[in-house]
Ligand binder design. Structure first.
Ligand SMILES: C[S@@+](CC[C@H](N)C(=O)[O-])C[C@H]1O[C@@H](n2cnc3c(N)ncnc32)[C@H](O)[C@@H]1O
Length: 281
């Protein structure tokens, strides 16, 4: 096989892409619509001209820093595949901890009212709907583009979810829920990580929350009280260094049984508390 012909094989194109092998594999899988086993079993498979051109174009964009998930248009979360676009945050593995915390508080066979605030791609709401089919799930976001994508994802997973465009609680009137979950923006305005890696390509609105990154969490803690049923839980994700602050805010607002969970890296990542009982007197 000539060098040019070799460049058009799965192994050759990946090797010459200049990408980390893991990235090259994900992009090649997307271009050929195959799984990893195919790539391992058929390194000599020859790409046609259109496939090769698409792979090379994606490789260029990846070398320029674009996240793999935006190039392939998909990302797995809690074992489900979600469509992703630059209008939404790329779902993170840490957020699975928030899902676990919510599932632990939702009855398996009873009904419950759940609100996913700032739903983005819809990943949290959709996983909850799939695991708790009797729950009535409402999901909100301020971004119309994010909501359109979340609706598509819900339809693809046959998840029954009510979507509402809302600036935090503004469009929810006096509605109350048994569990409110949220992965809000929690990055500080001047955080140097904003100019590094994948986050450079994600919507600022999905990441940044004021000078200390706490503005959205403050809103959640303050206003969730007016939208929780008696015995209802507020559960939210936060930065690795915001656990102490989150606990302090929950405590000051009168929430009870406050807790913080650590992610797989051992970092404080999810906090929550039970409706303040005084609030319902
Ligand atoms: C960190 S992303 C979370 C997305 C998704 N829940 C996830 O975990 O992948 C935060 C989301 O908050 C939304 N958002 C930002 N400001 C908002 C506001 N004022 N009201 C409602 N949603 C807002 C953004 O559009 C974005 O989708």
């Amino acid at each position: 096989m000539s060098a040019n012909a070799q460049d058009a094989t799965v192994a050759g194109a990946m090797l010459r892409s200049g990408l980390a092998p893991a990235d090259a594999r994900v992009l090649m899988r997307a271009v050929l619509n195959v799984d990893d086993a195919f790539l391992v079993a058929h390194p000599e498979h020859v790409l046609d001209a259109a496939q090769l051109a698409r792979f090379r174009a994606m490789a260029v964009r990846r070398r320029e820093g674009e996240p793999v998930a935006y190039l392939t248009g998909e990302r797995e979360f809690y074992s489900l595949n979600f469509r992703i676009s630059p209008a939404v945050l790329i779902p993170r593995p840490e957020t699975e901890l928030l899902v676990e915390a919510a599932l632990a508080r939702l009855p398996e066979d009873g009904s419950s009212r759940v609100l996913d605030l700032a739903t983005g791609s819809g990943c949290i709401a959709i996983v909850l709907a799939r695991h708790r089919p009797r729950a009535q799930i409402t999901a909100t976001d301020i971004s119309a583009e994010a909501l359109a994508l979340a609706r598509d994802n819900a339809a693809a997973h046959r998840a029954r979810i009510e979507f509402i465009q809302s600036d935090w609680f503004a469009s929810l009137a006096a509605r109350r829920f048994d569990v409110i979950v949220s992965n809000p923006p929690y990055v500080a305005l001047a955080d140097p990580h904003l100019s590094e890696g994948d986050v450079r390509f994600e919507p600022r609105q999905a990441l940044v929350a004021g000078p200390k990154g706490l503005d959205a969490i403050e809103t959640l803690v303050e206003h969730a009280r007016d939208h929780l049923a008696a015995g209802g839980w507020l559960l939210f994700e936060h930065g690795y260094d915001q656990g102490v602050c989150a606990q302090a805010m929950l405590g000051a607002a009168g929430y009870e049984q406050c807790f913080t969970l650590r992610d797989l890296a051992g970092q404080p990542r999810v906090s929550g508390g039970l409706t303040p009982s005084r609030h319902h007197l």
